[in-house]
Design a protein around this ligand. Structure first.
Ligand code: FCB
Length: 449
């Protein structure tokens, strides 16, 4: 007998609660197809030391050609909603100006394909594949980025906006700004506080501008997607507590405060005020454009200790709890904490969607993933029982894919992808979720697709 916790069935959630799975464009599509332009991930991956095996997204899962089979998999999972993203460089190969008709046609087919299968399309406009032409002009450091992003929003949403269920401008602004411009782990691979501060402000402004464009187009159900990560003091010293607070300010409050309260946290301004673009104080009306929901991506927490050196003066301490294969601590209670905190301090009655949650792991018999998902779904139910208005949950990810700097080795999928043949094989977690999400309440999941 194993003691694997059972996945809570659909009937354990409020009426109308939505289940789904998420992907992103560059991670699955195959960027060499269909006239897409070069992205900064192509250049980052071609630079030694940045990406495991120097792998890139040129082929990825070849979703560009296999999208119908992939949507069949989403439908047979008994998902209600599918979260996908559009590639800026596919739609506008030069970042501004001419539109690539094949790119728009692709997303048009994809959205219609979802609707034909009874799936609600949840689009994210930007999940990190910045057109190289814009990267060459400074990328997110450039104050023109919000205008360029507004132009891209207009181009793609004028085409598909009439049929999407929800839309969010940017996936995980922390990663766009800090992971990519301060920690240097993602494209463009900078380690520069001024670049990070400016990228952060411009990505928030781009979010607000994009929301404005979509409101003007009459598109409904607009949101923001942030990734939240616990910062636990490594010890009880006042120094470690202060360090963890600085980490929380940079990682979590840096985005929630501007989006909902129209300000940056003091603990963040201490380090970056002199690096923000002139006039930043006047931008919050745009940044805090009202949204209809907030998306929370949640994976893990980190232990943070004070460290000597320049601001922010912290370092990660080794995790103490159980970890996934890529070293991310498994801490489901953190999901309850964040859902509570987001509603209490920021979003109030606004619906909260858990827009990503999942783990990397190997094998088709992925019982560790089932255990992980069961624990997080229970953590989510705890929040709902306390009255937090959580209305949906998406597993990251539908299938194994290009996991950024980790290349193709970190497998987050519910569906296994053989990267030689590109064959898809549902894992045990997929079958278990399909049974839990069955609409007739019976334990008879879908036919294997
Ligand atoms: C999130 C990203 C997603 C994937 C998962 C594991 O931060 O949004 O693309 O990399 O982590």
């Amino acid at each position: 007998m194993t003691s694997m916790p059972a996945l809570p069935p659909r009937s354990a959630f409020p009426q109308g609660f939505l289940f789904g799975t998420a992907t992103s464009a560059y991670q699955i599509e195959g960027h060499r197809f269909g006239g897409a332009g070069r992205t900064h991930w192509d250049s980052f991956a071609a630079t030694p030391g940045n990406v495991a095996g120097a792998e890139d997204g040129a082929l990825a899962c070849d979703h560009y050609h296999r999208w119908a089979e992939d949507l069949d998999l989403v439908a047979a999972l008994n998902a209600d909603v599918y979260r996908f993203s559009t590639s800026w460089a596919r739609v506008m190969p030069e970042g501004t100006g001419p539109v690539n008709p094949q790119g728009l046609d692709f997303y048009d087919r994809l959205v219609d394909g979802m609707l034909a299968r009874g799936l609600k399309p949840a689009v994210t406009l930007y999940h990190w594949e910045l057109p190289q032409a814009l990267a060459d002009r400074g990328g997110w450091r450039n104050a023109d980025m919000p205008d360029w992003f507004a132009e891209f929003t207009q181009a793609v949403m004028a085409r598909i906006g009439d049929r999407v269920w929800s839309a969010a401008p940017v996936n995980e602004p922390w990663c766009v700004a800090w992971l990519s411009h301060f920690e240097g782990h993602h494209a463009p691979g900078l380690r520069d506080i001024r670049a990070a501060a400016r990228a952060m402000h411009h990505v928030l402004l781009a979010h607000g501008r994009s929301i404005g464009v979509m409101r003007d187009l009459g598109i409904k159900n607009l949101g923001a997607v942030v990734n939240l990560e616990g910062a636990t003091p490594a010890s009880d010293t006042a120094e470690d507590h202060a360090a963890a607070d600085r980490r929380d300010a940079i990682y979590n409050r840096a985005f929630l405060e501007p989006l909902f309260l129209g300000r940056y946290p003091e603990a963040l301004l201490e380090g970056i005020a002199s690096h923000l673009p002139d006039g930043w104080q006047d931008d919050f009306d745009t940044i805090r454009a009202p949204v209809d929901w907030i998306g929370v991506n949640y994976y893990t927490r980190r232990r943070i200790a004070a460290a000597p050196g320049a601001w922010p003066g912290y370092a990660e301490a080794p995790p103490r709890g159980p970890c996934t294969g890529i070293g991310w601590e498994i801490h489901p209670e953190g999901l309850t904490d964040f859902l509570r905190r987001v509603a209490r301090d920021y979003s109030g009655d606004l619906p909260i969607l858990v827009t990503e949650n999942g783990m990397a792991g190997d094998g088709l018999t992925d019982s560790a993933r089932i255990t992980y998902l069961a624990a997080h779904l229970q953590a989510l139910r705890t929040a709902i029982a306390e009255g937090v208005p959580v209305t949906g949950y998406f597993v990251w990810s539908l299938m194994d894919n290009y996991e950024w700097a980790l290349g193709y080795a970190a497998r987050f999928g519910l569906v296994h992808v053989d990267f030689e043949s590109l064959a898809r094989h549902p894992k045990a977690s997929y079958q278990a979720l399909a049974r839990a999400w069955a609409r007739d309440g019976l334990a008879n999941g879908p036919k294997a697709p």
